[in-house]
Design a protein around this ligand. Sequence first.
Ligand code: SF4
Length: 518
Amino acid sequence: MKKFPLVPPLSPILPNRGGARESRPSSILSLSAEISKFRSRGRDAAKLIERRFAVASCGLDGLDLTSGEGIAAGRKAMADKKKVFVKSYGCQMNVYDSERMTEAMAASGYAASESEKDADLVILNTCHIREKATEKIYSELGRLKARKIENPSMRIAVAGCVAQAEGEEIIARQPLVDILVGPQSYHRLPELVAEADKGRKPVATEFLADEKFDRLPASTSPKKSPTAFLTVQEGCDKFCTFCVVPYTRGAEYSRPAARVLAEADRQAKRGVREITLLGQNVNAYRGEGAGGRRWGLARLILAVAEIDGIERIRYTTSHPRDMTEDLIEAHASCGKLMPYLHLPAQSGSDKVLRAMNRKHTAEQYLKIIEKLRVARPDILISGDFIVGFPGETERDFSDTLSLVGEVGYGQSYSFRYSPRPGTPAAEKKQVPPDVASERLHRLQALLKSQQIAAQESMVGRLANVLFERKGRFDGQLAGKSEHLQAVHASCDDSLMGKLAAVRIIRSEPNSLAGEMIN
Ligand code: SF4
């Protein structure tokens, strides 16, 4: 079997193949102009950004926020609005869903709040994938009790996979919950809140993904970040024996390509430059395309790449079984598709992969990695691993270590197996916790050394960085490289939301330090 280099060769990565553009979206430009005005008056630009977006969410775009009249009108509009705070747990799909729920409530007159303290509606958008997820939600609800006593008209909604899995049991255990809404019913939030205001406790946990996407309203106000998630696929038909997703998110569903492209176009017009296409099995995407023909993910990526303003495309999470030849080829042909792929392996043992019902072998996984590296030699591979799966022996675990050694991961997520009630693996004889923990420790040491090696290989190289937030220190901005590595550099605030060339000068524990080049 081919042995891969621990650190993939990195090609010069400036500019993006496919043409990085230097023009800035108009919404970002007008924001910069406003920030400059404030700076010249000695005010804090961050406060302006906050008010700018808050006012935009009130539908008052166009106010001159530097005038006394504009500031007063903006403040009044904000004070008059009800507020929604969404706390998101778990994966990027939940982050995307949280944004869409905020937008759904904005259409009903709610402004987004950064905190539960002044919120009239608190939504906990839950995740069921990790251990003790349900208990975490109950402890969060316990914390909210004091707020609810202070403000009985505040509504509390539990959304997401825990709501789907636990259903009315949540309200039975914690009666302060007003609304339960599963992942496929977010479009119904405004009507559910209205029902709760009448003293009912509505529960919406139907599987109607197509209806949800059709009916969720879409914001057109400027976006704070130049990056956005876009869900293209939901649900899963794979039934891995450790996973609850097929039970909480339902069967695989792909959104029609035209709707995905319309949303990507809208995001581009809001100032977004990087889109991450999301799905539980994103590369199982089979959406309806032009003329009723089914499009795969590769076709969709190429179409998104045509959208003016979108400079970078990523996708996650993929299943090895669905890494089609045309998708691998897209990594060679589409310059806007970033050289990064998160491809969970879970184990390097065929016996364990079979018990997990992963439907691929270790060799098939390695073959995919080999093809990807032929298509895009500098691609950075990220992986997921579960250690201590029922029946895993020391020999099986050493197969996992071998696979990791062969692939050379630049990033990774690894966990000790923990049973999810209702899944087949939960019924099997478990590996003793101390054995699983010790294996996890060894695996994580190897993965960490690979991550450090991948970061250190960047020192002295050029990276194209999309700056998306302030750095830890004054005068710094931070963003992501093409390889999804966090990079910070001292530079002018005007680069916020822009792609810029950075020379990497140092590797730090979880990020890279860079300096600007002209
Ligand atoms: Fe869960 Fe497996 Fe489906 Fe991924 S592929 S969502 S791990 S069942």
